[in-house]
Write a protein that binds this ligand. Structure first.
Ligand code: PGA
Ligand code: ZN
Length: 434
């Protein structure tokens, strides 16, 4: 048997950062090398995502247990993968898809499939004695992504908060990743004192950002801009703002309902809202500005803002090459969010990144709101030179684990590493800092 042949896969139910069950998988190879991965979980899940298999047994974890997915790894996937070469990821992922046999991965569960796919990749990299980013991207992996840090949480990630889900700071003006992370952490702490100064709550939401009860979305942006200045940086030069309104969550009967602000907008008015914001604030990126099936709204937004603002499809594309193909044909955005568990295999995820890059778009590698200590996304971002990552606030270990992994990669690559900074936004015709 070849040294890299898969000998066993073992799954287990563990907890994620919200205290909900998820699964981890350990893959072992015939020479004793092994790899480990754990699966994240979303809250504002897109309706076109692959299925996360939950037990539905109300007697355990309120129905959220994942013992069925665990059993699918141990009893169905492990025997089928045994003997396959771990370093043929495409063949492993093809096998996983065949075993499942459904379009949306509902039989085995995208969680069971992803845990297996990633554990095998980690094992193969370990067997070869190389870091995962080099295993995934070859020797041409050297771009350290600019981080997009969600320092103010709303929507489904916080109680009694803004309609928009995420308000991020993007330290594009940094000289290195380590410097970017330092700037972001300084802004984060400065935001805490800005909020405290206004008598607002500074407890944190699911992704580590503060979750104050604000009256409007604009108030959130303004608090961040004050925090940037207070930390000694210039908005629109050193730091930009990125938003993830997660618009599918407030799209009702063909309208965008901003209940906090008492506004009900049609698609045209929603687009105008963003255009006004882009004129008013240093906004470099808007993710899910429009709802997941409002293709016309997306086209309109891209027509109006696509030259100067990165427009990222998350629920719109769900990391699927089929939906991305449609988006590229329609000119529906200029960027895609990449979440491994939306599609379920490493191969399919990498195909989506490459398709976006070939189209001249960007790909933003992303965590989920429910996370674990797994840091695969840091390696994926470097491996594929995406130039961008979003992994939450610089707070809560499941978030900082990804950023800390990037610190280690940056020093490991030493002179070869190139920090993306503003260069990452190569999808924009007019760069906002010029
Ligand atoms: P989710 O949120 O992980 O809860 O889906 C993240 C996002 O919308 O980007
Ligand atoms: Zn999103």
């Amino acid at each position: 048997m070849a040294e890299s042949a898969i000998s066993s896969l073992r799954a287990r139910e563990i907890l994620d950062s919200r205290g909900n069950p998820t699964l981890e998988v350990r893959a072992e190879l015939s020479d004793g090398s092994w790899g480990w991965a754990a699966v994240p979980s979303g809250a504002s899940t897109g309706k076109h995502e692959a299925v996360e298999l939950r037990d539905g047994d109300a007697a355990r974890f309120g129905g959220l247990g994942v013992l069925k997915a665990v059993a699918n790894v141990n009893r169905v996937i492990a025997p089928a993968l045994a003997g396959m070469p771990a370093n043929d990821q495409e063949a492993v992922d093809r096998k996983l898809i065949e075993l499942d046999g459904t379009v949306n991965k509902s039989r085995l569960g995208a969680n069971a499939i992803l845990g297996s796919s990633l554990a095998v990749a980690h094992a193969a990299a370990n067997q070869m004695g190389i870091p995962l980013y080099h295993y995934l991207g070859g020797w041409d992996s050297y771009v350290i992504p600019v981080p997009m840090l969600n320092i103010l949480n709303g929507g489904k990630h916080a109680a009694d908060a803004t309609d928009f889900q995420e308000f991020m700071v993007v330290p594009t003006g940094a000289e290195s990743f380590a410097h970017a992370l330092q700037m972001a952490a300084e802004v984060y702490h400065s935001l805490k004192s800005v909020l405290q100064g206004r008598g607002l709550n500074t407890n944190v939401g699911d992704e580590g950002g503060f979750a104050p009860s604000l009256k409007s979305n604009a108030e959130a942006v303004e608090a961040i801009l004050s925090a940037v200045e207070k930390a000694g940086y210039q908005p629109g030069r050193d730091c930009f703002i990125a938003l993830d309104p997660a618009a599918s969550e407030f799209y009702q009967d063909g309208h965008y309902v901003l209940s906090r602000e008492g506004k009900v907008l049609d698609r045209q008015e929603m687009v105008e809202y963003y255009v006004k914001w882009a004129d008013l604030y240093p906004i470099i990126s808007i993710e899910d500005g429009m709802a997941e099936d409002d293709w016309e709204g997306w086209q309109l937004l891209t027509e109006k803002l696509g030259e100067r603002v990165q427009l990222v499809g998350d629920d719109l594309y769900v990391t699927s090459v089929e939906r991305l193909t449609k988006g590229i044909e329609l000119g529906a955005s200029n960027s895609i969010l990449i979440k491994l568990n939306q599609v379920g295999t490493l191969t399919a995820t990498m195909a989506a990144v490459r398709m976006a890059q070939h189209a001249g778009w960007t790909a933003v590698v992303s965590h989920r709101s429910g996370e674990t200590e797994d840091t695969t996304i840091a390696d994926l971002a470097v491996g594929l030179n995406t130039g961008m990552i979003k992994a939450g606030a610089p707070c809560r270990s499941e978030r900082t684990a990804k950023y800390n992994r990037l610190l280690r990669i940056e020093s490991e690559l030493a002179g070869e590493a190139s920090f993306a900074g503003m260069k990452a936004f190569n999808n924009l015709k007019s760069r906002p800092d010029e």
